[in-house]
Design a protein around this ligand. Structure first.
Ligand code: G3H
Ligand code: 13P
Ligand code: ZN
Length: 311
């Protein structure tokens, strides 16, 4: 099966009350860990590449890794640009074999967001590629862009029909209280998501796939393992997994997870070096790190996304 777009995946996910996991990839071990879990569980999967990942690993290497994963597993895999910030970056990914791109113009004015998103949609659709757009602003850090809590804002449901109609985008990321990174809520506060906004968006856009960014749950055992082995992570708090499961039952068809994979990988490598201080073979510590990513993704597929057996 060639690398596919999200169209069929999202249609089935919407109808089936589950979501597809969109996991960020930066190197071979991450691609392998994710796709080995997805293959064992027969789960469709989205591998997404940020601007920073593309700068780190190189477009061609990432494309070839994803093609290799597709050839090894036979899974439906989507190759997606995460948080594209310009027409040129989106065009380069469309021209270079991605099947899906995100244009994130959410920090611009409503009209400028529409204009840039529309331009990307026209180019992408002409080349058989689908487009994710964003309305509303998440707090947190992605590449060089940092959005403070004060500057973040929930999506206004009254804007979504006009936005989707005028842009022609294929899916929409909304802000309902998730945020990027490992520090999503202030210590002592109770994590909350605005399901009322999600439901109102869904009511206005029946059947339209909604995307949740910033959806790591920051498992405490990994934060504790990092800190037990020389790390210094202060009060990291994520989105409770039962909230994500609930979002997947509603209109959310794509759930973005990156930080949890970073935590699993880093905790495993720190632990490894504490136990094997004289080792210096990268295979020795990347192998358990890859296995930790596989276990994390398997857990997300079964217990959070509900997309096992849907490939
Ligand atoms: O939302 C952003 C993703 O976690 C990717 O992060 O820009 O550091 O690659 P990155
Ligand atoms: P997390 O930082 O919560 O994993 O979010 C990742 C994300 O939204 C990538 O676009
Ligand atoms: Zn994101």
């Amino acid at each position: 099966m060639p690398i596919v777009t999200t169209t069929e995946m999202f249609r089935k996910a919407y109808e089936g009350g589950y979501a597809i996991g969109a996991f960020n990839v930066n190197n071979m071990e991450i691609v392998q860990g994710i796709t080995e879990a997805a293959a064992e569980l027969k789960a469709p999967v989205i591998l997404q590449v940020s601007k920073g990942a593309r700068a780190y690993a190189n477009h061609t290497y990432l494309i070839k890794l994803v093609e290799a994963a597709e050839a090894e597993t036979g899974l439906p895999i989507v190759l997606h640009l995460d948080h594209g910030d310009s027409f040129e970056l989106c065009k380069s990914c469309v021209d270079g074999g991605f099947t899906s791109v995100m244009i994130d113009a959410s920090s611009k004015s409503f009209e400028d967001n529409i204009a840039l998103t529309r331009k990307v949609v026209e180019y992408a659709h002409d080349h058989g590629v689908v487009v994710e757009a964003e309305l509303g602003t998440l707090a947190g850090v992605e590449d060089e862009v940092s959005v403070s809590d004060e500057d973040s804002s929930y999506t206004r449901p009254e804007d979504v029909e006009e936005f989707v109609t005028r842009t022609g985008c294929d899916s929409l990321a909304i802000a309902i209280g998730t945020s990027h990174g490992a520090y999503k809520f202030k210590p002592g506060t109770k994590p909350q998501l605005r399901f009322d906004i999600l439901d109102e968006v869904a009511r206005r856009l029946p059947g339209f796939p909604i995307v949740l960014h910033g959806s790591s749950s920051v498992p405490q055992e990994f934060v504790e393992a990092i800190n037990a082995h020389g790390g210094k992570m202060p009060g990291a708090i994520g989105i409770p997994e039962e909230m994500l499961r609930e979002a997947a039952r509603r209109a959310v068809c794509k759930i973005n997870i990156d930080s949890d994979l970073r935590l699993a990988m880093t905790a495993t490598i720190r632990e490894y070096f504490d136990e094997h201080p004289a080792d210096f073979d990268p295979r020795a510590y990347l192998k358990p790190a890859r296995a930790a990513i596989k276990a994390m993704v398997a857990h997300k597929i079964k217990d959070v996304l509900g997309c096992d057996g849907k490939a």
